[in-house]
Design a protein around this ligand. Structure first.
Ligand code: AMP
Length: 122
């Protein structure tokens, strides 16, 4: 398991040290536009707590944080208008996934037909 790095870019966004385009915010979550969008709509949903990835979050977050995070994902889909047309939710965990930022984030992608899930094969 990775240690949480308090100087990762999303920690800086949460502290207001780095700007972002906010889509939604509540007590436990922040959602903002991805700086390098891979689809017409590409939002990142993050918990405000210091969690490295999904596994870390599920093992340490309290139920209120888990509910808030889960709901925030569909909330941003509603806010950006992609609930009707469809969207994909992806979270990279650890080395094999190519996770680059060590603060849990869900990618919410949509706004066009985005094709098959992944290109790697078993
Ligand atoms: P991952 O590879 O799953 O860790 O995804 C990290 C994502 O964070 C990438 O899609 C980046 O484009 C995005 N990203 C990195 N820095 C920023 C930033 N300052 N603001 C918004 N998105 C960012």
């Amino acid at each position: 398991n990775m240690a949480y790095d308090i100087n990762n870019i999303f920690a800086k966004i949460l502290r207001g040290e780095v700007p972002c385009e906010v889509i939604n915010e509540d007590e436990h979550t922040l959602s903002f536009a991805d700086i390098n969008p891979q689809a017409p709509v590409h939002i990142l949903v993050i918990p405000k707590g210091a969690f490295t990835d999904w596994s870390d979050f599920v093992s340490r977050a309290n139920p209120e944080e888990i509910v808030a995070f889960t709901k925030a994902i569909s909330r941003v889909a509603d806010l950006t208008g992609i609930s009707e047309t469809g969207y994909r939710v992806i979270s990279n965990v650890g080395v094999d996934s190519h996770q680059e930022v060590p603060h849990l984030h869900m990618h919410v992608l949509g706004g066009t037909a985005i094709g098959p899930l992944v290109t790697v094969k078993g």
